[in-house]
Design a protein around this ligand. Sequence first.
Ligand SMILES: Nc1ncnc2c1ncn2[C@@H]1O[C@H](COP(=O)(O)OP(=O)(O)OP(=O)(O)O)[C@@H](O)[C@H]1O
Length: 288
Amino acid sequence: MTDMTTTTVAQAAPVLTATGVTMRFGGLTAVRSVDLDVHPGEIVGLIGPNGAGKTTFFNCLTGLYVPTEGRVAYRGTVLPPKPHLVTQAGIARTFQNIRLFANMTVLENVLVGRHTRTKEGLWSALLRGPGFKRAEAASKARAMELLEFTGLAAKADHLSRNLPYGEQRKLEIARALASDPGLLLLDEPTAGMNPQETRATEELVFAIRDTGTAVLVIEHDMRFIFNLCDRVAVLVQGEKLVEGSSDVVQSDERVIAAYLGTPFEGEPGAEEAAAVEAAEARTEEDGQ
Ligand SMILES: Nc1ncnc2c1ncn2[C@@H]1O[C@H](COP(=O)(O)OP(=O)(O)OP(=O)(O)O)[C@@H](O)[C@H]1O
């Protein structure tokens, strides 16, 4: 059964194809020649130590940055380097730091996220012009559906700034979903969450995938990533070090070394690390 699912996913044309993506800032190469595909129905994880280039890579996918080299295509069409056009094409994202309209209600935040799918556009939505009013009923119904889906319907009329942290993050996801994306990019969705909130986010991402939206997620919480993802890519110093199933990535020694900073046996520094550990153990024994 698992094999069949894997085969089906692998054969479907990718929603996202990133090819040779490189991003340089002056002399610093933050992302170096990274290839990554995401297929329909997949949840793909992007992990790596701090400063590995994960967010920079996301920014290249969403038109925030124009990659120095390489190309990014959504369903086979190269994306224009403009965030709103990327959203219109079908890629939505959330940010590492919450970016909600704090003084708007929960429902209004989702309606703003809907503007790429209504011909009235953002200003009409904000100013509530006549065109917006005509489209409002349909948009509102869809927004309420998304609030039900994310468990926020009861708070539709609350100001978003009054929501607890975990619900603000859910609202960001609901707003991203309002553009009906084929691919959702999540940048550290569980940062700052307690274990219950993290678990709820995991359930939400599975539910999103089940509605047909593929997901690419950056996260430092390894348990979350390995539970969630069909495939995980590891970036280290801007390069893709390893890519594979959670099992393969978890047990890859290069990943363990790069991510956790664990020295390999025989690696320079391993002897010193062992000596420090032994000295620490002796100190603990002496102290008892
Ligand atoms: N706009 C920028 N100008 C110059 N350098 C940048 C810029 N954005 C990122 N960098 C550098 O590029 C490298 C990659 O940063 P990036 O934020 O993409 O890493 P990350 O993997 O997302 O890290 P973290 O896990 O800490 O969020 C870092 O060395 C960073 O300092």
